[in-house]
Design a protein around this ligand. Structure first.
Ligand SMILES: [Mn+2]
Length: 342
């Protein structure tokens, strides 16, 4: 992965004095990569004298609460004082981290659209960025936005500039987006980056425990329930889907983030190629898709659920009720298989 030299120089000029008002944005249901990249980038920019507001559309999951600086992030959904709207209106530069389309911001996208003068910079690793940006760092071959950001920081200021707090939040993004370094794009350079982060003194086992061993009892029981009672297997054991209604989630004291990772589990079954979970929200159903190897769930999500993401991890939405959503998925799977794509 080679970063574009002209883009790096443009970014360097953009961040040269005078001090700017800067906003970082990340996607709805912010995950470790979204939060980690926002916090690491904000620290770098503040050190240069810029004033930075990190905004996310809704709350991050509780198992990220321990991350340094996370409580300073503005959560648009609970922002009764209008801090997000003010920061966006005043912003000279808006950094879009870990998402490729303003539609991933839900209601926050209207606020962004209102500021037509700020420079917009994309730093992301999802396929096919949707909007025009003034400057784009779009690298789908990067395993996480945090790794991409590490490389940008390396080019701009050198890795010696990375503090232990930055290293810790960058590591969270690299770890979570790769499933603790088990998915694709695990390049030697990624591990060299990890080595540099570890050199700053971060405690890898503690970070792992904070993220992966900090769930609630309700989450463990909900997981057992969804695998045992709700997993359906199609096409001779190669496709699985699961669903959760709001009523079921209430029964297990659901908290946001509790269903994180469920969709990966069917892929632990030998020969499984594709897994889906449908999670009911107030006015739509969120569809999450995972696959192994050549099965392209980015294509599948785009075609059937108006979404996208990465080849092996993607998502979309359905505005139909649950039974219709599941029936549509099953028909889509047959169509996909008939075309030899599964
Ligand atoms: Mn990511």
């Amino acid at each position: 992965m080679e970063l574009s030299r002209p883009n790096i120089e443009t970014l360097r000029e953009m961040l040269a004095a005078p001090a700017r008002k800067i906003v970082t944005l990340s996607h709805t249901n912010p995950d470790g990569d979204a939060v980690g990249s926002s916090l690491a980038w904000a620290e770098a920019l503040r050190r240069m004298g810029h004033s930075v507001t990190c905004i996310v559309p809704n709350k991050y999951p509780y198992y990220l609460n321990w991350m340094a600086g996370i409580r300073d992030m503005v959560i648009f959904k609970h922002d009764d004082e209008g801090r997000a709207a003010r920061a966006v209106a005043e912003a000279d530069i808006i950094f879009c981290l870990d998402f490729h389309s303003l539609s991933r911001l839900d209601a926050l996208s209207d606020v962004i659209a209102a500021n037509t003068t700020a420079k917009r910079v994309l730093i992301d690793h999802h396929l096919n960025p949707a909007e025009p940006f003034d400057l784009m760092f779009s690298y789908p071959e990067s395993s996480s936005t945090c790794y991409l950001l590490y490389r940008i920081i390396e080019e701009l200021w050198g890795t010696a500039s990375i503090t232990p707090t930055q290293a810790e939040v960058l590591y969270v993004g690299m770890m979570t987006d790769t499933g603790n370094f088990s998915f694709s794009f695990l390049t030697p350079d990624l591990f060299r980056a990890v080595a540099a982060l570890v050199e700053t003194g971060i405690e890898v086992p503690r970070i792992y425990n904070n993220v992966y061993n900090s769930f609630t009892e309700g989450r463990a029981r909900l997981f057992g329930y969804v695998i045992n009672r709700k997993m359906r297997i199609l096409r001779r054991g190669t496709v699985a889907h699961m669903s959760l209604t709001e009523e079921e989630m209430r029964r297990f004291w659901f908290q946001q983030g509790d269903s994180e990772g469920f969709v990966n589990y069917p892929l632990t079954i030998k020969k499984m190629k594709m897994s889906a979970i449908f999670i009911e929200h107030h006015d739509f159903i969120r569809v999450s898709l995972r696959s192994r190897g050549d099965v392209d769930v980015n294509l599948f999500a785009g075609r059937y659920f108006n979404g996208g993401g990465h080849r092996n991890a993607a998502g979309g939405k359905s505005f139909d009720p649950m039974p219709e959503t599941i029936a549509r998925f099953e028909r889509a799977v047959d169509e996909f298989a008939a075309e030899g794509l599964l």
